[in-house]
Design a protein around this ligand. Structure first.
Ligand code: PMP
Length: 350
């Protein structure tokens, strides 16, 4: 039986999101935090395994609402923010507008759901191309515009002078995906929610030490939350996640310290890479750095042979790799491996 023939045409032409397990000594490929919250795991022991989780995750929403200074009615939880991207596109449909390169799931989910994708290249500084985005808004009339800020994989925040006119011009909704906001020097768009009824903020716990839990959250007006909640699968956030997240989120000091350490290490990494010949790092407001090299495939393979796993971004951003900021030891191992690999690829080129 040819299963391929049964598949919807939109899915047949898709490539699965690449999240391979590759054995390595230093794992710097997935924008995770090297600092976990294992101390919160004992909260899972109180979970009754025979019962469904709280469908509304009331305790968890209460903690998040307090942290974000919003009401629980402003929050919708997802099994990772990936799930919320899916729910948003299911609820509102397309066209779905986003700049490129950016987080690949906006396009993958839009396509899988049969919605039209509208992709607009970023400008040379990786900022939004203001006029091109505005013209796409007028021409395509997107129901949803996704803006990852800080942007994955480029690492920069889009300038608010380019985001705000989009929110004002579109008749649809604008989703500012703030997965990396904790690492940014700017405050993000949360304070603007009350001024813009078509603004949605996406956040996640995945980048700050809790990727294993799969917890993303959306903050928006209660009207938007009510609509998106209609497509939410029952019990989408499991009981173990709810219990552990509530406990981990109380550890605010530890969270702040780990973010501060990563930001300091990111700036050290950037400085060291900037001093290296044949590497162009791009300034980052996130927990990773995009960098350009002469031969990305050879550098990627060379790093992996030395036990260092980074992400090959050559398809999305020509010549580029992305390294996640890890512990000081892991970052030093990366820098030393990169230096050696660049030296050996240079010899081969000569
Ligand atoms: N948005 C962006 C911009 C991301 O980079 C990621 C993770 N790669 C996500 C959303 C998804 O995060 P989560 O783990 O919450 O599904």
């Amino acid at each position: 039986m040819n299963i391929g023939k049964l598949v919807k045409k939109e899915v047949a032409s898709l490539r699965a999101y690449s999240a391979k397990e590759i054995a390595c000594r230093v794992k710097l490929d997935a924008n995770e935090s090297p600092y976990g919250f294992e101390t919160a795991l004992d909260a899972a022991l109180a979970v009754k395994t025979n019962r469904y989780p709280d469908p509304e995750a009331k305790a968890l929403k209460k903690v998040l609402a307090r942290d974000c200074r919003v009401m629980p009615e402003n929050i919708l939880l997802g099994n990772g923010s990936d799930e919320l991207i899916c729910y948003l596109i299911e609820t509102f449909g397309g066209p779905v507008l986003y700049p490129v390169p950016t987080f690949s799931m906006y396009g993958i989910i839009a396509q899988a759901l049969g919605e039209q994708k509208v992709e607009v290249p970023l400008d040379a500084a990786f900022d939004l191309d203001g006029p091109a985005m505005l013209s796409a808004v007028r021409r395509a009339r997107p129901k949803l515009t996704f803006l990852s800020s800080p942007n994955n994989p480029t690492g920069n925040c889009f300038s608010s002078e380019r985001i705000l006119p989009l929110i004002e011009a579109t008749k649809g909704l604008v989703v500012v995906d703030e997965a990396y906001q904790p690492f940014a020097s700017e405050r993000g768009f949360l304070p603007l929610l009350k001024d813009y009824p078509n603004l949605i903020i996406l956040r996640t716990l995945s980048k700050t030490g809790l990727a294993a839990l799969r917890l993303g959250y959306m903050i928006a007006s209660p009207d938007i939350v009510e609509q998106v909640n209609k497509v939410r699968l029952p019990f989408n956030v499991n009981a173990l996640t709810q219990a552990v997240a509530v406990k981990a989120l109380q550890e605010r000091k530890k969270l702040k310290e780990s973010v501060n350490k990563l930001v300091a290490e990111r700036d050290r990494l950037y400085g060291e890479m900037e001093r290296m010949a044949r590497v162009t790092p791009f300034l980052s407001e996130a927990n990773f750095i995009l960098f350009r090299v002469h031969d990305p495939e050879a550098v990627y393979d060379g790093l992996l042979r030395k036990g260092v796993l980074v992400r090959n971004m050559n398809d999305a951003a020509a010549g580029c790799l992305r390294v996640t900021v890890g512990t000081p030891e892991d970052n030093s191992a990366f820098l030393s491996a990169l230096g050696k690999v660049l030296e050996s690829t240079k010899r081969r080129v000569q």
